[in-house]
Write a protein of this length. Structure first.
Length: 307
């Protein structure tokens, strides 16, 4: 009986040793403050990535909430110059990670800087993809950048994600019924941009992805258009950051809007807040409350412009 118990303990230890959550976490000493979000941004820009945005949240936190517990809290978004295009061409919904988030944060009372980014397995799970080859290649290059710019960092994984049965990406479709897509697109995206403001959402960045897919008109694309919007809500980010700052890897949310040439519809979608709860293990009651409200408000906007 004793041998069996020892074996079970050994097996459990092995499972915990190899268990990996949905987030890569890098922790590095930054007592001197020499590692800045700008340094990390430059490393990505020099190594095959384009920058979506580099948004310092400290001033907005202080302005809206009068204080912050962080000396650094930056939302950086990046996308691979070549592989992101291959990914979106192969799997249209992958635009919700084009660009993808890189959370950079450091508490006021600590000397350690942290960086969080989603694993390729987590992205594949969220997208419902079985073929992870391109995602893995992008992940390899992301990790290479972070390990080179943070050579003394400890690399680990977040705790195993919480179970989640709800849809991890929220989709809506607008049937065109044979109408001119160019006219509909203009009205659609104007309504989208105007619809978010009353709910407190802001759009700090916009990407015309199809321009890059066509190499600015020099090659064909399978899409008539493909745009992505970076959208965030300050209260959500601030509230969640109090207990799960690593969830910054999900902020801002990338919302995709596209039309394939062989389809008579416009598709819009975004990663649901359930990913924050599952992948970043958000369980604080106030954080869950603001996340669920954001999901409901986000859906309201999209329902209004697609129905």
């Amino acid at each position: 009986m004793k041998k069996i118990i020892v074996l079970v303990v050994a097996l459990l230890s092995a499972v915990s040793l190899y268990a990996q959550g949905d987030l890569h976490i890098f922790d590095v000493d930054n007592k001197k403050g020499s590692i800045t979000p700008q340094v990390i941004e430059a490393a990505f820009a020099k190594n095959g990535f384009s920058i979506g945005l580099n948004s310092d949240m400290i001033t907005p936190f202080k302005k809206q909430f009068q204080k912050t517990d962080f000396k650094i809290f930056t939302l950086l978004t990046v996308y691979h110059k070549k592989l992101a295009h291959d990914l979106v061409n192969a799997f249209p919904h992958a635009g919700v990670f084009t660009p993808m988030g890189v959370g950079i944060y450091q508490n006021l009372n600590e000397d350690t800087l942290h960086v969080s980014v989603l694993t390729s397995d987590a992205q594949a799970k969220i997208l419902g993809m079985n073929d992870k080859k391109i995602l893995k290649s992008i992940e390899d290059d992301v990790l290479k950048v972070l390990k080179n710019v943070l050579p003394n960092a400890k690399h680990s994984y977040s705790a195993d994600s919480l179970k989640e049965n709800r849809n991890l990406v929220t989709f809506y479709e607008l049937d065109l019924n044979g109408e001119n897509w160019q006219d509909i697109k203009e009205d659609f995206e104007m309504s989208l941009e105007m619809g978010f403001d009353p709910y407190g959402f802001v759009m700090p960045a916009f990407l015309n992805l199809n321009e890059e897919l066509t190499k600015y008109g020099t090659t064909e694309s399978k899409y008539d258009f493909y745009d992505t919007y970076s959208i965030c809500k300050l209260k959500v980010i601030h509230t969640v950051a109090q207990t799960r700052p690593e969830a910054a890897a999900f902020a801002p949310c990338t919302t995709m809007v596209y039309k394939k040439k062989d389809e008579d519809k416009i598709v819009v979608g975004f990663p649901a807040v359930y990913n924050w709860m599952s992948s970043a293990l958000v369980q604080d009651k106030e954080a869950l409350k603001v996340l669920m409200k954001a999901q409901k408000d986000f859906e309201s906007v999209l329902k209004n412009i697609t129905e």
